[in-house]
Design a protein around this ligand. Structure first.
Ligand SMILES: O=C(O)c1ccccc1NCC(=O)[C@H](O)[C@H](O)COP(=O)(O)O
Length: 219
């Protein structure tokens, strides 16, 4: 059985980038929205020049950001993926996809209307992240949602051939539980942090759990 793809998100220092460079993660994410993890594209450029991440795709995250600012960030960083965490209307995503030519991922919080919302973005979004819904926050909360709903999301992604990542409160301790759902990918930030910084041993532990077969129960 293939291990889920791993996205390490909310990197906010050169040390965080180095920790990711030493991992087998497939994706590295940088938050360009209001957050304690917010970074500037100029800083990220410096870190990636000092520590390139060959073979890993770069995602930049926004929350209800103007097109001009997103395009400015894309100009500086040339990322692979633009990830949206707000209430962006479909036409905004379409515009950005058209103007940048980049892959577009939409984060959708787990709630009653999640599948409906995903349906609305299908055709434009190239991937989805399902995250916990937390009042006053847009991501990176370390909170889990009710994982009994995961199979519906995983099926949605598989049926449409779209990457589907599970986010929200994934940690090295609970990551093994996710394997039985066989998600395309897992998106982690808080669970690999110690005192607000990415921690190499937690990253290694996360990788070990996601690559282990011992928690696998086929559904
Ligand atoms: O990390 C943030 O602070 C953040 C702020 C605003 C929008 C998105 C943000 N983070 C997104 C992510 O790091 C992941 O997509 C996901 O939410 C993982 O969160 P976590 O529960 O911390 O593992």
């Amino acid at each position: 059985m293939t291990a889920p793809k791993l996205k390490l998100c909310g990197l906010h220092s050169l040390e965080d980038v180095i920790a990711v460079s030493e991992s087998s993660a497939d994706f590295a994410g940088f938050v360009m929205a209001e957050s304690r993890r917010r970074v500037t594209p100029e800083s990220v450029k410096k870190w990636l020049d000092a520590c390139p991440l060959p073979g890993k795709k770069i995602a930049v995250l926004f929350v209800n950001e103007k097109a001009a600012e997103i395009e400015r960030v894309v100009e500086i960083l040339d990322p692979d993926i633009i990830q949206f965490h707000g209430d962006e209307p479909l036409h905004h995503l379409e515009h950005i996809k058209q103007s940048t030519g980049k892959e577009i991922w939409k984060a959708v919080p787990h709630e009653e209307q999640t599948l409906e919302k995903m349906e609305q973005y299908t055709g434009t979004a190239d991937g989805f992240i399902i995250d916990a819904k937390v009042k006053g926050a847009r991501g990176g909360t370390g909170q889990r949602f009710d994982w009994s709903h995961i199979p519906r999301y995983v099926s949605f992604g598989k049926d449409r051939g779209l990457p589907l990542l599970i986010a929200g409160g994934v940690t090295p301790k609970n990551a093994g539980e996710l394997l039985s759902f066989q998600p395309w990918g897992v998106d982690v930030s808080s669970g690999i942090e110690k005192e607000g910084k990415k921690d190499k041993s937690l990253v290694m532990e996360m990788e070990k759990r996601l690559n282990s077969n011992e928690n696998h129960v086929s559904r």
